[in-house]
Design a protein around this ligand. Structure first.
Ligand SMILES: Cc1ncc(COP(=O)(O)O)c(C=O)c1O
Length: 428
């Protein structure tokens, strides 16, 4: 056995821990955001949205000045024509699936090793999520696995740039073209990440970003969809804002899936997001300096391997994912992580349980009468939800993935040095 966790110097066994001060949360805001909030408060309007085709001034179907300015500035940053802000990436994913016209009888290929909303989005519109496996080296969807689960019902692929590592977009877009599939990109964890020098989010029909409190830039809660397609942009705006009441007066005829929610961002959040957008590159640079320091400190480690990202791509690392070779260490991951955390580190095991193992999929039931699974149009769907469906995702979750979140501002190099010190102490 390589690892000896019985040593008396380990904090686990009563020794002195390496770190005793708490870790900091993801604070990305400062005086600029304070000024922006005050600007909005002084205006008196915390929102200027109205869910109507002909709203009374100063209200608008497209929101107020901060929302519209944020959308313009976001589009400029990404070099895409349209940005549609929403109140979360979850809402953005729901709106995106609705906008592309997916529904009963359709299948959408999704990742099992990601946030639950990715699979909920197709279900909400009556379509069936089909899970493809992920790559061991990145946690992103595996192209060969996507190919294996394609069926004549497949309408779209919902790609996730997991951990801020770009998915294999060249091959995925080629596959989508061959089979006439739509692609939605979940960039919730990948602000500013690039595949072959092109921003993720700008390959598929719609890219979706999160602005929740943990993300590279944030407004507490929030999200943004981007698209180059004018009609998709309008459909996203309709789903965001009570579209069913708007399509009549607007004389918009493609009404399928236009059941409008209230996914609107407030002027306060938009004003904060505008300041955050200005900081995105600086915050990413800081994060990547910490990632680099962490990776250098663990170079050639016998059983702990930082995920290196995809060659030729710019990964922005939402978290710091490591692969743990339990076969080499001779110690279960749970015990190893407990030893690290006893020294004052904060590592998490796995990431999320593969989504198909949730009760929803095990029982194949969401709405009354087991809809949408039992809908006549969905009979004979090809999705599988039993254990073993995506063996790599299960392995990453159960055995090999370890996550650390402290590669972000306001942490500094000295914090990462301490983390490395902890790993070296525990692994000897
Ligand atoms: C990959 C991914 N997709 C979607 C979401 C949903 O984001 P939000 O919290 O903004 O709804 C998250 C949030 O954690 C995420 O990590």
């Amino acid at each position: 056995m390589y690892l000896d966790l019985k040593r008396s110097d380990l904090a686990l066994n009563g020794g002195q821990p390496v770190r005793t001060v708490p870790w900091l949360d993801n604070f990305t805001t400062g005086n600029e955001e304070k000024d922006a909030v005050i600007r909005v408060l002084d205006s008196g309007y915390l929102s200027k949205f109205e869910g109507s085709h002909t709203p009374d001034p100063p209200f608008s179907f497209y929101g107020g000045p901060e929302v519209q300015a944020l959308e313009r500035e976001w589009s400029e940053y990404y070099g895409y024509k349209h940005s549609i802000s929403v109140n979360s990436a979850t809402s953005g994913l729901y709106a995106a699936i609705g906008a592309i016209g997916v529904g009963y009888g359709d299948e959408v290929i999704v990742s099992p090793y990601t946030m639950t909303a990715c699979a909920m989005a197709p279900l909400l519109f009556g379509a069936i999520p089909v899970f493809s496996d992920v790559e061991k080296e990145t946690g992103c969807m595996d192209v060969e696995s996507i190919e294996r689960v394609l069926s004549n019902r497949t309408k779209a692929i919902l790609v996730v740039h997991q951990f801020g590592i770009p998915a294999d977009m060249g091959k995925i877009m080629e596959l989508a073209k061959q089979h006439d599939l739509k692609v939605i990109e979940d960039c919730a964890q990948a602000h500013g990440a690039k595949y072959n020098n092109k921003y993720v989010g700008t390959f598929g029909s719609i890219g979706v970003f999160s602005l929740n409190v943990n993300k590279s830039i944030q407004t507490g809660e929030g999200g943004i969809c981007i698209t180059d397609d004018e009609e998709l942009a309008y459909r996203l705006a309709l789903i965001r804002n009570h579209g069913e009441a708007v399509v009549g007066p607007a004389k918009y005829e493609n009404v399928v899936n236009i059941f409008g929610f209230n996914f609107r961002l407030t002027e306060l959040q938009a004003a904060i997001a505008r300041e955050q957008l200005k900081k995105i590159d600086k915050l990413n640079d800081h994060r990547l300096d910490l990632v680099e320091a962490f990776s250098c400190g663990l170079e050639n480690h016998p059983f702990l391997h930082p995920l290196s990202g995809r060659p030729g791509c710019y990964s922005t690392y939402y978290v710091y994912p490591l692969r743990y070779e339990f076969g080499i260490s001779g110690v279960e991951r749970e015990e190893f992580v407990a030893a690290l955390n006893a020294e004052g580190a904060l590592f998490y095991q796995g990431y999320v349980e593969p989504l198909y193992l949730q009760p929803l999929y095990q029982q194949q039931s969401l709405f009354k009468h087991s809809y949408p699974f039992s809908a006549p149009e969905n009979q004979g769907h090809t999705a599988r939800y039993e254990k073993g469906t995506c063996s790599v995702a299960e392995l990453l979750h159960e055995k090999t993935m370890i996550i650390n979140e402290h590669i972000r501002f306001p942490h500094q190099q000295r914090d990462i040095e301490q983390l490395i010190q902890i790993v070296i102490k525990v692994t000897g």
